[in-house]
Design a protein around this ligand. Structure first.
Ligand SMILES: [Fe+2]
Ligand SMILES: [Fe+2]
Length: 193
């Protein structure tokens, strides 16, 4: 089934707090602007942006239980840091309960928390829009936003790098998928693929 932005918005308004809904709307707007700039599908960008955090506010125990039931745990670190699971959960939920069958949108939702090796441009866009939407306010956020307009791949690499630095500085564990995403983007930019 084709995902319509109005339907996702209705769903988001139903399951998210006011604050999370506001963030969701900012991500969708930012994603659409970036998509327009880079010649990507704006409707897919809006839908993925609106849907990316649909599962974020489920209690963390429920997220873990659902991830187990739906076979969405890929490595031990997923269980150690279950807050990374909500992207995969939202994508699975939409695919299996709302019959959404657009693989680009589903992948962008599923991988917005950690990225993956071989990300599509839409996946990069949602990953990065999540970090740099207009209400985000941290040193260098303007620089990251500009780098995303200059070059989506390099801008996404800068976003992943920012996340890695933040995690290291705060003694937080680093998920192997985030490291893989970083290495893959570095390699792709180097060899131009
Ligand atoms: Fe998220
Ligand atoms: Fe988000």
């Amino acid at each position: 089934m084709e995902l319509r932005a109005e339907e996702v918005l209705t769903l988001a308004a139903r399951v998210l707090s006011e604050e999370r809904l506001q963030h969701t709307l900012f991500v969708a707007d930012h994603a659409v602007n970036l998509a327009k700039h880079h010649g990507l599908d704006q409707i897919k960008a809006r839908c993925a942006g609106l849907a990316h955090d649909l599962a974020k506010e489920l209690p963390i125990k429920d997220q873990l239980d659902l991830a187990r039931r739906w076979n969405l745990l890929y490595c031990p670190e997923d269980e150690q840091s279950p807050y990374v699971l909500h992207g995969r959960l939202a994508a699975y939920w939409l695919e299996h309960y709302y019959k959404v069958d657009d693989p680009d949108i589903l992948a962008a939702i599923a991988n917005h928390t950690l990225g993956r090796a071989g990300m599509s441009r839409l996946e990069m866009l949602i990953y990065s829009a999540d970090l740099t939407e207009s209400s985000r306010d941290f040193p260098k956020v303007d620089k990251l936003r500009q780098s995303l307009y200059d070059d989506l791949e390099k801008g996404t690499l800068a976003c992943v790098e920012h996340t890695l630095i933040y995690l290291r500085e705060n003694n937080r564990s680093i998920h192997p998928l985030t490291e893989l995403t970083y290495e893959d983007l570095q390699r792709r930019i180097k060899v131009g693929t």
